[in-house]
Design a protein around this ligand. Structure first.
Ligand SMILES: Nc1ncnc2c1ncn2[C@@H]1O[C@H](COP(=O)(O)OP(=O)(O)OP(=O)(O)O)[C@@H](O)[C@H]1O
Ligand SMILES: [Mg+2]
Length: 269
């Protein structure tokens, strides 16, 4: 088990956006988090990634490779940047790139923390120590590797803001993949297929399978049921802040509670 969400509640004043939600995301799997608009999906993501501190409950990360019996990391108590360092990366429902920087530069900035740690938080760079150019070269290499994986290598020097929408979505994923030195243990994606055409959605699905094959587990919020049903190992359904289903895609798709939650919203197909 990689991530455990236990009884997590998030309240905004009188509104309970997430209501005692429990589920687990297994290592090496794609776990989808679906539900109608306003179900609490993004709010739960914001709790997992440290943007919000949950009003109640626990969020535990069991880093892969840690010796058995090692204490899990209590994400619900950590600040956002420490959660990132623990190996949790994310993208946003609304694209957040540096539009005036090139695609390549966006991926270098994403690696900044890792790079600065290697160089003694800038001192090495100032003194021109030999480790720095090596770290910088490695950062450029990693950026290029992810530009390639997201089919953006030919756009490396274009400003991110000038890229077509689908390309910006892919760059966001590349950026998230660059935030941890060895690749994140868990990649959290908030509606990565939103606004993509069918061909782009198909490519996105392939990219996510490729990321999973590379050893990064994925937590996926997505409204595109074609993508969800095709690539997810497990599907968790939220409605009005509560978990109403949790299981393999085929089972969840046939669940009457899930169908009822989506009625008048969109088809579960
Ligand atoms: N910062 C906030 N302050 C107050 N209420 C909020 C806040 N963030 C979210 N909410 C409310 O919490 C509920 C859940 O919102 P959330 O954005 O998590 O839904 P969602 O499942 O991501 O929906 P969508 O599919 O539309 O993105 C909504 O009623 C929303 O208005
Ligand atoms: Mg949302």
């Amino acid at each position: 088990m990689l991530l455990q969400v236990q009884d997590v509640t998030m309240r905004f004043g009188g509104l309970t956006a997430v209501d005692r939600v429990t589920f687990a995301a297994a290592a090496g799997q794609i776990t989808a988090l679906i539900g109608p608009n306003g179900a609490g999906k993004t709010t739960l993501f914001n709790c997992i990634t440290g943007f919000y501190r949950p009003s109640g409950g626990a969020i535990l990360l069991h880093p892969p490779g840690a010796e058995t019996g090692a204490a899990p990391v209590a994400l619900h108590r950590l600040a956002g940047h420490r959660i990132a360092r623990a190996g949790v990366a994310r993208t946003f429902q609304n694209i957040r790139l540096f539009p005036g920087m090139t695609a390549l530069e966006n991926l270098l900035v994403a690696q900044h923390n890792a790079l600065m740690a290697t160089t003694g938080w800038g001192i090495g760079a100032v003194l021109g120590l030999s480790r720095y150019p090596a770290a910088e070269r490695a950062a450029v290499e990693k950026a290029k590797q992810w530009l390639q994986a997201t089919q953006l290598l030919d756009r490396a020097d274009d400003p991110a803001g000038a890229l077509p929408y689908g390309a910006q979505r892919r760059l966001e994923i590349a950026r998230a993949m660059c935030t941890s030195p060895d690749g994140p243990a868990l990649l959290c994606l908030d509606e990565p297929a939103a606004g993509l055409n069918p061909r782009e959605s198909e490519e996105l699905a392939k990219l996510l399978l490729q990321i999973r094959a590379g050893g990064t587990s994925i937590l996926l919020i997505e409204h595109d049921m074609g993508v969800v049903m095709r690539i997810s190992d497990r599907v968790v359904v939220l409605d009005h802040g509560q978990r109403i289903a949790d299981g393999p895609p085929a089972e969840v798709r046939a669940d009457p509670r899930v169908i009822a939650a989506y009625l008048g919203e969109e088809e579960v197909e």
